[in-house]
Design a protein around this ligand. Structure first.
Ligand code: HEC
Length: 148
């Protein structure tokens, strides 16, 4: 019988799982370690604070262009755009640009993971699926913005 070996293996497995310090188990935080839904909720809060003053609470109204909803975030810069000269083909293009340019004049106020959370919120609000994944630089490059 190999019962004791089985229990040893089980004990090892439990010890490993309990001791796991990986991001997915360390609770929600600014790095959105709580998973996709926590990231979107964090993004909503940050959006309200840092983006809504110009883009509106819904992201669809305000003195700045709409950035949520149908027709928002066209692939090519809107005519008359002063700051944007790049195309938004994937979520990574969008994330890169907002990281560098938004909010205007204080882009460094937000961390990379905070920008990622905001973009995750903007895209899901616009009806785009993130495929159940947390948005980061690598997953963003595989999310096409076409067909919005
Ligand atoms: C002080 C006002 C202000 C704030 C705050 C602000 N924006 Fe903007 N945003 C603008 C303006 C103005 C433009 C138009 C830029 C241009 O002319 O190219 C813009 C454009 C954009 C665009 C490009 C839209 C398009 O279709 O070209 C995105 C995306 C964007 N903002 C995201 C954000 C995000 C995300 C935040 C919060 C982190 C934010 N903005 C905060 C003023 C603001």
């Amino acid at each position: 019988m190999h019962v004791s070996r089985f229990f040893k293996a089980l004990a090892l497995l439990v010890a490993f799982a309990a001791g796991c310090g990986c991001a997915a188990h360390s609770g929600a935080g600014a790095d959105a370690a709580g998973g996709p839904q926590a990231q979107i909720e964090l993004g909503e809060k940050l959006f309200g604070k840092h983006c809504a003053p110009c883009h509106g609470r819904s992201g669809r109204s305000g003195k700045a262009p709409p950035i949520i909803g149908e027709g928002a975030l066209p692939e090519k810069p809107p005519s008359g755009a002063k700051m944007r000269s790049v195309e938004f083909k994937t979520a990574a293009d969008l994330l890169d640009w907002t990281k560098q340019k938004m909010p205007p004049g204080s882009a460094n106020a937000l961390s990379e993971s905070e920008h990622a959370a905001i973009v995750a919120f903007m895209l899901t609000e616009s009806g785009k699926s993130l495929g159940g994944r947390t948005l980061d630089a690598s997953s963003a490059s595989s999310i096409s913005l076409a067909g919005r």
